[in-house]
Design a protein around this ligand. Structure first.
Ligand code: PAF
Length: 281
């Protein structure tokens, strides 16, 4: 595995690979890699000649009171995981390399953002879309791999690829869970011991919602109430949202039908966790 901190150096090597007709798969991350990232890399490894992984904690997608400074970072550990998972090129730029002194352009997302994390974290998806656009232009991958844990991010990148005409195939990869069902996340390290135990209830609440829908419940408000009641009764976390939409359009439904996402965000003392489940009727 080769590590790059310079976009120009990485572009040089990739240009050479593309001339040699090598296909390129890309996995974007903010580091502190876990099994969820490993699964993205493994998918990219199977389907491409070259796998590029970026690690960059992107300041643009964090709000002023969010966890940019404390976001977990551990490059040595990440490098090991990346090598073992089969990464060819690790791109690890500085903030200066990505944004310079005074950037003149940013990407603004105007669809699929007025709900879920988009509503709770103003500007977050503009930051994600801006950095992903830059990475796409630097790397020019054939395929880009994103995890369904960030389902709204997937929906927005789907829109970004279509609207800005990136010739890139978006490949979505299922959520990887701990044995008790907790979705893998870099932020899980911030859970206190009792919170870690309670955190499995997020997925349990989503499974209950899925069961109710499969048994015939079609009223979104009733399903939301069920999830809220489950989380409130079993955790000390504070519910940030429980919402249901058509997916990937993220449109509200009066009566549940088609492809549905049930998504939750819960704040624990030092970690805000998100999870979701897709049900197809
Ligand atoms: O999902 C993430 O880790 C980030 O939002 C991404 C896609 C790497 C952009 O910074």
């Amino acid at each position: 595995m080769k590590t790059f901190t310079s976009a120009i150096e990485l572009q040089k090597v990739l240009r050479h690979d593309r001339t040699n007709k090598k296909s390129v798969g890309y996995v974007a991350t903010m580091g502190y890699l876990h099994e969820g990232h490993a699964s993205l890399i493994e998918n990219a490894r199977r389907e491409n000649d070259i796998v590029v992984l970026s690690i960059f904690v992107n300041p643009l997608q964090f709000g002023p009171n969010e966890d940019f400074a404390s976001y977990p970072r551990d490059l040595d550990r990440d490098e090991n995981l990346a090598v073992n998972a089969g990464v060819d090129y690790l791109f690890y730029p500085t903030v200066d390399e990505m944004y310079g002194e005074n950037p003149s352009v940013k990407v603004v997302v105007q669809n699929r953002t007025d709900c879920l994390c988009g509503r709770k974290r103003p500007g977050h998806f503009d930051g994600v879309a801006t950095v992903v656009t830059k990475f796409f232009n630097i790397i020019l991958p054939d395929r880009a791999y994103f995890g369904m844990k960030d389902a709204q991010q997937v929906a927005i990148i789907d829109g970004l690829i279509q609207d800005l005409n990136f010739p890139i195939e978006l490949v979505t990869v299922d959520i990887v869970r701990e044995e008790d069902g907790l979705a893998r996340s870099s932020r899980n390290v911030f859970l206190l011991e009792d919170e870690r135990h309670e955190a499995k209830e997020l997925y349990q609440s989503l499974l209950r919602a899925k069961d109710a829908i499969i048994s015939g419940e079609r009223n979104p408000q009733k399903v939301i109430a069920l999830v809220e009641e489950h989380i409130k009764a079993r955790t000390k976390g504070k519910i940030d949202y429980v919402e249901i939409y058509q997916y990937p359009e993220l449109k509200l439904l009066d009566v549940l039908n088609g492809n549905i996402i049930i998504a939750v965000a819960v704040k624990f003392r030092h970690a805000r966790l998100i999870d979701n489940i897709i049900v197809t009727l």
